[in-house]
Design a protein around this ligand. Structure first.
Ligand code: KIV
Length: 269
């Protein structure tokens, strides 16, 4: 696969949406994998707080600390040359706009992130506004919010109920208005994704949200089958038909770009 020679920025990611080019995103937690993803042409690397589960073996993402996110973001940053590097703001690192700016600042200054991702809807508008005013690229995360797992009582598809679906659409519009630059939609019905796509202009990256998004993201360990847990239906194991991790990641990038992934079987009604 051809290695791109230019570094991604927020505006190159926006251009991809404008040109109808699908955005390939994967999580990364260390320099070695980051280099493989970078060489395979991954457009956005996300240092997800999923590291709490896949790297640290915890039951949820909740125990992950800002220090741990800074450490892993710095590791990924060492291996990355071209991808836009997003870092998750962990649970309780953005309860106020001031704390959000301070912690996002650490992820960027100490970790080398190009932007941050945080979970929530209209309740985080003040935080997103403040981050945007501070010049920090923001990716908002809607749908299934893993940091709220204790409220849901499990990891479940969100937005099937018409009232909740409408609320998620209003959240998306409010977050864009507040200055969010991108949106991640996790585990929602395809029809709701289509309505959100029509309601916002920022790039939308999906995980279990159907094929209509501008891009797709998966947890790296899941798409390589490095887990003993039962995987959600939206995951495809790309290593199963590949002869190396590099070719598996290249196959993922190719499948996202051509629209071969996700298929109908990876989404929800
Ligand atoms: O933490 C993470 O890996 C994520 C992705 C699932 C989008 O938030």
């Amino acid at each position: 696969m051809a290695v791109m020679d230019k570094k991604h920025t927020l505006s190159s990611i926006r251009d991809m949406k404008a040109n109808g080019e699908r955005i390939a995103c994967l999580t990364a937690y260390d320099a070695g994998f980051a280099q493989i993803l970078d060489e395979a042409g991954v457009d956005i690397m996300l240092v997800g707080d999923s590291l709490g589960m896949v790297v640290q073996g915890k039951e949820s993402t909740l125990p992950v600390t800002v220090d741990e996110m800074v450490y892993h973001t710095r590791c990924v940053s060492q291996g990355n040359s071209h991808s836009f590097l997003l870092a998750d703001m962990p649970f309780m690192s953005y309860p106020t706009p001031e704390q959000a700016v301070s912690n996002a600042g650490r992820l960027m200054k100490e970790g080398g992130a190009h932007g941050v991702k945080l979970e929530g809807g209209r309740e985080i508008v003040a935080v997103v506004t403040r981050l945007a005013h501070a010049g920090i690229p923001v990716c908002a995360h809607l749908g299934l919010l893993p940091q709220s797992v204790n409220k849901y009582g499990g990891y479940r598809v969100q937005g099937r109920d018409p009232e909740q679906a409408q609320s998620i659409i209003e959240d998306a519009k409010a977050l864009e208005k507040a200055g969010a630059d991108m949106l991640v939609l996790e585990c929602i019905p395809r029809s709701l994704t289509e309505q959100i796509m029509a309601a916002v202009t920022i790039p939308v990256i999906g995980i279990g949200a159907g094929a209509s998004c501008d891009g797709q993201v998966l947890v790296l360990y899941d798409m390589l089958g490095v887990t003993k847990h039962k995987l959600p239906r939206f995951v495809k194991n790309f290593l199963a038909d590949a002869d190396s991790i590099s070719t598996a990641v290249e196959a993922y990038v190719q499948a996202v770009k051509t629209g071969d992934f996700p298929q109908q079987e990876h989404g929800y009604n």
